[in-house]
Design a protein around this ligand. Structure first.
Ligand SMILES: Nc1ncnc2c1ncn2[C@@H]1O[C@H](COP(=O)(O)OP(=O)(O)O)[C@@H](O)[C@H]1O
Ligand code: SF4
Ligand SMILES: [Mg+2]
Length: 378
């Protein structure tokens, strides 16, 4: 199969409405992601490499983020969360679409242009064990990061001690190696390393998934405090909705490379519009076994389909209890309901007829999505 036809982002012929590059109240955006796609080619052929298909890891994703805001990104494994944030820090190249940071288009920025930008955007990884060099003492790990920020040699030790203190670790443990800490403590070191360069934005890839539940809460509280103190912005990736609830201002729910719903955080839990969000909510474990058994589960059956050249229509159609012929034929537009709540579903739930009548197509909607307006299920 040949290269798929990728519509250029912002092509006025395909979509007249540009993505707004600011917050809802007019605050300038720190980051604006506009119709971003990341397709990985699948090659075959013994002599000549031919591209036979593409993995649609991130498929026309748009959002903006303001300073001090946390965007939670949630979805099952393989839906493109890691690829999305690796593309935002330019560790993966975008196939099309644009990424703006502080108003500058960084989508194709070269290595040298990226150096100062990378200092402002830091990543924290899921597995703190794997992301810290086991042969280096914590002092050495932090020194490398502090030097990147241009901290003078004479100040490195006091800055390191203050970083340790800030993330709730004892400064006298700077001489230890990563393996001498617990999982939660290692994640605190990962956070200290990210903070050392004085970033504006931290991209957190399932930062607490590998930790015990009690430790998860401590690390999340730490992130919350640091955000308040330093005005940081976060993109916080998680595979279930329980983790991001209290830390996020808004939450994007992803499925097979697409944003299915983007909502102010609390509203997503009380008024999910997309059936996939309801399924994710139903999957959140409830600690009390009695309550857990009594809960009416909207759990969907079936596996996540392959992201290789997915068929047209709604990507959730194969697992959705509300799927209609229209769903299988046409990709639903991302529609904006009241309160900046967006969802891509032909037959939305938890909306009234009046809310539906007032809803509009969002400029964040995928370029190829249908213009068929959503309707309430019969
Ligand atoms: N370098 C790569 N080459 C080919 N496919 C990839 C590559 N990285 C990720 N993928 C595929 O892209 C999809 C999204 O992966 P990923 O971003 O890791 O998802 P998540 O973080 O949500 O689990 C998956 O189908 C994965 O197999
Ligand atoms: S568009 Fe159709 S298949 Fe997709 S989530 Fe909505 S009802 Fe289900
Ligand atoms: Mg991942």
């Amino acid at each position: 199969m040949s290269e798929p036809e990728v519509t250029a982002a912002g092509d006025p012929a395909s979509e007249p409405t540009p993505v707004s590059s600011g917050g809802r109240d007019g605050t300038p955006a720190l980051m604006t992601v506009d119709h971003l796609r990341v397709l990985f080619p699948i090659k075959s052929g013994l002599i000549i490499d031919r591209t036979v298909a593409h993995v649609h890891a991130v498929d026309d994703v748009s959002f903006s983020l303001v300073q001090g805001e946390t965007l939670g990104v949630v979805g099952e494994s393989g839906c493109g969360k890691t690829t999305l944030i690796r593309t935002l820090v330019r560790l993966v190249d975008a196939t099309s679409g644009t990424i703006e940071f502080h108003g500058a288009d960084i989508t194709k920025a070269k290595r040298r242009q990226l150096e100062p930008i990378r200092r402002e955007m830091q990543m924290v990884f899921q597995d703190p064990q794997a992301s810290l060099n086991p042969r280096k003492r914590i002092q050495q790990i932090l020194t490398t990061a502090l030097k990147l920020r241009g901290v003078a040699s004479g100040e490195i030790e006091s800055e390191s001690r203050s970083l340790m203190d800030r993330v709730g670790l004892r400064p006298e443990h700077l001489s230890r190696f990563p393996h001498e800490f617990s999982g939660g403590q290692r994640q605190r070191i990962g956070i200290a390393r990210a903070l050392a360069v004085n970033p504006k934005l931290i991209l957190l890839d399932e930062p607490v998934s590998a930790l015990d539940v009690s430790i998860q809460a401590q690390v999340i509280n730490l992130l919350d405090e640091l955000q308040d103190e330093m005005g940081l912005s976060y993109v916080f990736v998680a595979h279930d909705l329980s983790v991001v609830r209290h830390v996020s201002d808004r939450i994007a729910v992803m499925y097979l490379g697409k944003v299915m719903e983007l909502s102010p955080a609390e509203e997503l839990y009380t008024k999910p519009i997309h059936p996939y969000t309801s399924a994710l909510l139903a999957a959140i474990p409830i600690p009390d076994p009695k309550q857990n058994r009594a809960r009416v589960r909207a759990v969907v059956s079936g596996e996540v389909p392959s992201p290789i050249d997915p068929p047209p229509g709604c990507r959730f159609a194969g697992r959705c209890p509300r799927a209609s012929e229209l769903c299988r034929a046409e990709e639903p537009q991302l529609t904006e309901y009241a309160n900046g709540h967006l969802a891509a579903c032909h037959h939305p739930q938890n909306v009234t007829a009046a809310e539906l009548a007032a809803a509009t197509r969002s400029p964040l909607s995928p370029l190829v999505a249908t213009s068929t307006a959503p309707s309430l299920p019969a």
